[in-house]
Design a protein around this ligand. Sequence first.
Ligand code: PNS
Length: 161
Amino acid sequence: MRKAIYPGSFDPVTYGHMDIIERSAKIFDELIVAVLNNQLKTSLFSVEERVNILKELLREHENISVVSYDGLLVDACNGFGAHVIVRGLRAVTDFEYELQMSQTNRKLAESKVDTVFLTTDLRYAYLSSSTVKEVAYFGGDISEFVPEMVAELTYQKFKKG
Ligand code: PNS
């Protein structure tokens, strides 16, 4: 059974993430989408909200589950029984950070965990959750960047604020 974990902040999930999730779910028998509950970073959506959004968007995929994790990713990999981490690469600018993270995780996991990279679909190569939030904050159109329900929820957050 080939099981992989796709970790991230997903604050909020974008079409770029969705593309990586759907492609990975075809490569692996089971894909765990893991949302980091990051105490060091303030997020727009709570971890529960991010998990629920992903669950709703992915409810038709039988081999995908959505979870949250605290602390080290390698500990989450161990807990969920995953030996492969999936990450998306948008551009060369992602590479250095991703390389560092992959090497650190491999070291921490004593070579029991490897990272597999998928290159992001060119349609989404420029996309990031931070850009989506900034555009939404200033009232711009994010409908091409995120699924409809995510767009609505993101605008709602800024209206409340
Ligand atoms: O979507 P992001 O924010 O680029 O994802 C980064 C993430 C969440 C995968 C990464 O920061 C993470 O797993 N952090 C948990 C702490 C950890 O394991 N750090 C050591 C690896 S550098």
